[in-house]
Ligand binder design. Structure first.
Ligand code: NAD
Length: 495
């Protein structure tokens, strides 16, 4: 098999002199610094982007303040219509956006098409539906009435203002669209800062946003390294931060937002997600489950399973079957539709995984499959299976964010619960069993923002998503996002 042909629109976009997207148009950055975007599948440079400076951030936030003034006054139905048009435009440009995404992130082209474009359009339409359904309450106060006066009260949900949306590299298009949709649905404007590794799709989507009917300033995009995100978070014109990324950066962002002026912040961070197999699960179902939980998109999913707990009586045959299955995966170019397993997203990430493999070896863990980097300039990492010795081993505690499943056996259910919950993180977990009565009893005892039973990783826009403990603050999706992107105003009247 071979790579698909790139669309002329993709080659033309890559060849552009990329600037920032401010006030409804591409503008040159005022910074001279440029960053190179590499294709992780072969290490080749594919584009140069601006590493924006403070003046660029000032300009983008100023534009977003103007955009907020007009966008927040549009009717909810008009906002919904623009978002629905943008969803249609995403689908109309499906192949172009998917190819760009694969080139910048190394994601398999099939995953880019299905998740970064089609699923993202589905999310956008879901959010658009909420625009006309954001409501307050009416309340009757019990205040004293001395001369027959009466009281009435109601609440309004008002958009919080200008949002700084800071995006990681793993689902650069879809996560940016979640933030964009949350902000625009509620009447906020947004300045998006994509990851320096994966900025290209968002620059293109900003153009589609204007085509869909967004007024100038409702959506701005500034590119660059972490300092650009920091400048946005600390900017006096920013009213809210919506951040998705690693725990250390998220904690720094949360502190900076609070320190700036109690700027509201939602933090969607990483984790060390637990996957538990009860002894009644069949071998094939368990292997399928581990691949779904740990190896989809090379494990570069915040909710991916990383700690796998298997009953001791089942461990050996399961590990043998898993290693055999992983050995059959077709590893190769993400632009080849026959490839089943591609590179990780960038060089620093590949190097981080190499260091974690060295740590696992140094701690005496058994690497049963993989554990090496690929040859050549691409950022390939073998799908890896590790058997740890004890719960305190590094690979059972530090997020790998890669194609690495680390296993530990358990003997009793109480021990399993203790192992699952003994983590500072709590983004997601999954429980695999055919005994749903037992699952229902265990569900309340497992500490996670999202708990799957007999499935893992898949997200739906109607189901709230977010972390507990050090995995974050706030929820996306469902109606939960409305609380985070609006302020509640109480109005009380005497008559
Ligand atoms: P990262 O924290 O390194 O970077 C995320 C973004 O923050 C990037 O755009 C980066 O430029 C920016 N940034 C860096 N320093 C900053 C600062 N001081 N102030 C403001 N912005 C700054 O994360 P990453 O490596 O891009 O992504 C991987 C991480 O993201 C993993 O830990 C993963 O678990 C997490 N993640 C979480 C979710 C979720 O929904 N909970 C989803 C996807 C990824």
């Amino acid at each position: 098999m071979s790579d698909i042909a790139l669309l002329p629109a993709v080659s033309a976009f890559l060849a552009r002199d990329h600037g920032l997207y401010i006030h409804g148009e591409q503008v040159a950055s005022q910074a001279s610094a440029r960053l190179t975007v590499h294709n992780p599948a072969n290490g080749q440079a594919i584009a140069q982007i601006a590493d924006a400076n403070q003046a660029d951030v000032d300009r983008a936030v100023d534009s977003a303040r103007q955009g907020f003034a007009s966008w927040s006054r549009t009717s909810p139905a008009a906002r919904a219509r623009v978002l629905l048009r943008l969803a249609d435009l995403l689908e109309a440009h499906r192949e172009e956006l998917a190819q760009l995404e694969t080139l910048q992130s190394g994601k398999l082209i099939g995953i880019a098409r299905a998740f970064e474009v089609e699923q993202a359009a589905h999310f956008l339409r879901y959010y658009a539906g909420w625009a006309t359904k954001i409501t307050g309450q009416t309340i009757t106060p019990s205040l004293p009435s001395f001369a027959g006066e009466r009281y009435s009260a109601f609440t309004l949900r008002e958009p919080v203002g200008v949002v700084a949306g800071i995006v990681p590299w793993n689902f650069a298009t879809m996560i940016a669209l979640w933030k964009l949709a949350s902000a625009l649905t509620t009447g906020c404007s947004i300045v998006l800062k994509p990851s320096e590794f994966t900025p290209l799709t968002l620059l293109r989507i900003a153009e589609l946003g204007s085509e869909a009917g967004l007024p100038p300033g409702a959506l701005n995009v500034v590119t660059g390294a972490g300092h650009v995100g920091k400048a946005l978070v600390e900017h006096p014109g920013t009213d809210k931060v919506s951040f998705t990324g690693s725990v250390p950066t998220g904690i720094a962002v949360g502190q900076a937002a609070m320190g700036a002026k109690l700027t509201r912040a939602t933090l969607e961070l990483g984790g060390k997600n637990a996957v538990a197999f009860l002894p009644d699960v069949g071998l094939d179902k368990a292997v399928d489950g581990i691949i779904e939980a740990g190896f989809l998109h090379s494990g570069q999913i915040c909710a991916a399973g990383e700690r796998f707990y298997v009953h001791r009586s089942r461990l050996e045959p399961l590990l043998e079957a898993l290693c055999q299955r992983l050995g059959q995966l077709r590893i190769g170019s993400p632009l080849d539709e026959a490839t089943q397993f591609g590179p990780v997203a960038n060089k620093p990430h590949q190097q981080k995984l190499a260091e974690l493999f060295a740590t696992a070896r140094a701690e005496g863990n058994r690497i049963l499959h993989g554990g090496r980097l690929g040859d050549g300039p691409g950022c390939f990492v073998e799908p890896t299976v590790i058997l740890a010795n004890q719960a305190s081993d590094t690979l059972l505690n530090q997020e790998t964010f890669g194609p690495v499943a680390t296993f530990l056996p358990y003997d009793h259910e109480d021990e399993l619960l203790h192992l699952m919950n003994a983590s500072p993180y709590g983004l997601s977990a999954s429980l695999w069993t055919n005994d749903l009565a037992k699952a229902m009893r265990l569900i309340p005892q497992i500490q996670a923002g999202t708990l799957w039973v007999n499935m893992h990783t898949l997200l739906d826009p109607a189901v709230p998503f977010g972390g507990i403990k050090a995995s974050g603050i706030g929820r996306e999706f469902g109606s939960a996002f409305i609380d985070d992107f609006t302020e509640l105003k109480s109005v009380m009247m005497r008559y």
